[in-house]
Design a protein around this ligand. Structure first.
Ligand code: FAD
Length: 322
């Protein structure tokens, strides 16, 4: 028996969420007494590193037709490998690309699709597992009797550990059936040199309480001091104070870092929908009745313009002392 995991990469590097998905797949495979097969499509040269996270066999597909992401072609490739390896359980990261691939793979294989999974299965027979639902405000338990399953893993929910095991790397011969993909990516303009929000462990976020874009220097300084990504509330990106790529919440990016620091954000339900899965939430707000404090692990009732400089200075002197 085999468990297949799709090893997503970006610009020639595997993502942190990929290591997490592989580690998760390896743990599921142990429960099923199965082997873990990782599939890398037009990825990095360093496929072997996937073995450190628990993959036993690594299948690689290098094909010019797959250099640009197309969910239909990628789904076709994953299915081809799953069919050849006899893998009924397929694990995919719950990233934007993963969310575009997983339903196609599930529909074409007539498999049960369980998305946003946060834990190992409670039982493998029948297969019972927990997933996040309602914009991460609730956790639901699902059960399937289907042999074929596609599971997507929420980033930062499971974690990963680097081991010293190794894997065999084998190339897989795949030619897409559809010669013309339904959608072609022409160009990608990405924010360079920044920590990606969905992958970030630490996020410093600010809202309208910052008064204007000219005050973001201290938010960026705090983020730099911590090695954190920056985010913002929706109105802040709507007004154009910050780029839309930083907008978190129900209509923005959903994140689940280890630490989320919210500065001058009221904590409206639509904002919380995208950040309440964060492991630790710190709120800095002048209004002691701001709704965000109810969702916070730590709160500072204070003016961001006084609190942030002190916080930055304390973090810098702490870093200098170690
Ligand atoms: C359909 C829909 C979808 C939405 N989706 C999203 C979404 O995805 N993400 C999102 O963020 N919002 C979303 N919103 C908007 C949301 O309802 C709120 O309006 C928004 O989150 C408020 O942004 P804010 O907290 O930055 O601003 P405000 O609500 O104006 O809050 C500013 C906060 O800053 C505090 N403050 C003021 N001065 C200071 C200071 N000097 N120091 C410290 N604190 C200070 C204030 O006490 C206040 O709590 C959505 C709304 C709708 C209707």
């Amino acid at each position: 028996m085999k468990v297949l995991v799709y090893a997503e990469s970006w610009n020639g590097s595997f993502k942190k969420s990929t290591f997490e998905a592989i580690h998760y797949a390896a743990e599921v495979a142990k429960l099923m007494n199965a082997e873990t097969v990782a599939l890398s499509i037009s990825g990095t040269e360093d496929h072997a590193q996937l073995g450190q996270y628990g993959a036993q066999i690594i299948k690689t597909i290098e094909n010019a037709a797959l250099e640009t992401f197309d969910n239909q072609t990628y789904a076709e490739a994953i299915i081809a490998v799953a069919d050849e390896m006899g893998a009924d359980t397929i694990i995919i990261s719950n990233t934007n690309n993963g969310k575009a691939i997983a339903p196609l793979v599930a529909a074409k294989r007539k498999a049960a699709l369980i998305s946003n999974v946060i834990e190992l299965p409670e039982s493998i027979s029948p297969f019972t597992i927990k997933r996040k639902t309602f914009s991460s405000k609730a956790i639901a338990k699902y059960q399937t009797h289907s042999d074929k399953k596609v599971i997507t893993i929420t980033a930062n929910a499971f974690g990963y550990a680097e081991g010293d095991s190794s894997a065999s790397v084998e190339s897989f011969d795949f030619t897409p059936q559809e010669t013309t993909p339904s959608l072609t990516s022409l160009s990608v303009d990405s924010a360079t040199g920044k920590i990606g929000l969905t992958e970030a462990d630490l996020v410093v976020s600010a809202g309208r309480g910052l008064k204007g874009p000219e005050n973001w220097g201290m938010v960026e300084e705090l983020a730099d001091a911590l090695g954190a990504a920056t985010a913002c509330s929706k109105p802040v990106s709507d007004i154009g104070w910050r780029p839309h790529s930083e907008h978190v919440g129900q209509t923005g990016i959903a994140i689940n870092p280890q630490l989320y620091i919210a500065v001058g954000i009221s904590g409206a339900i639509q904002h919380l929908a995208g950040v309440n899965a964060s492991k630790n939430i710190v709120v800095i707000n002048t209004d002691p009745d701001a709704p965000f404090f109810k969702a916070a692990d730590y709160g500072i009732v204070g003016d961001a313009f006084e609190v942030l400089p002190k916080l930055i200075s304390a973090i810098k002197s702490h870093k200098a002392s170690i």
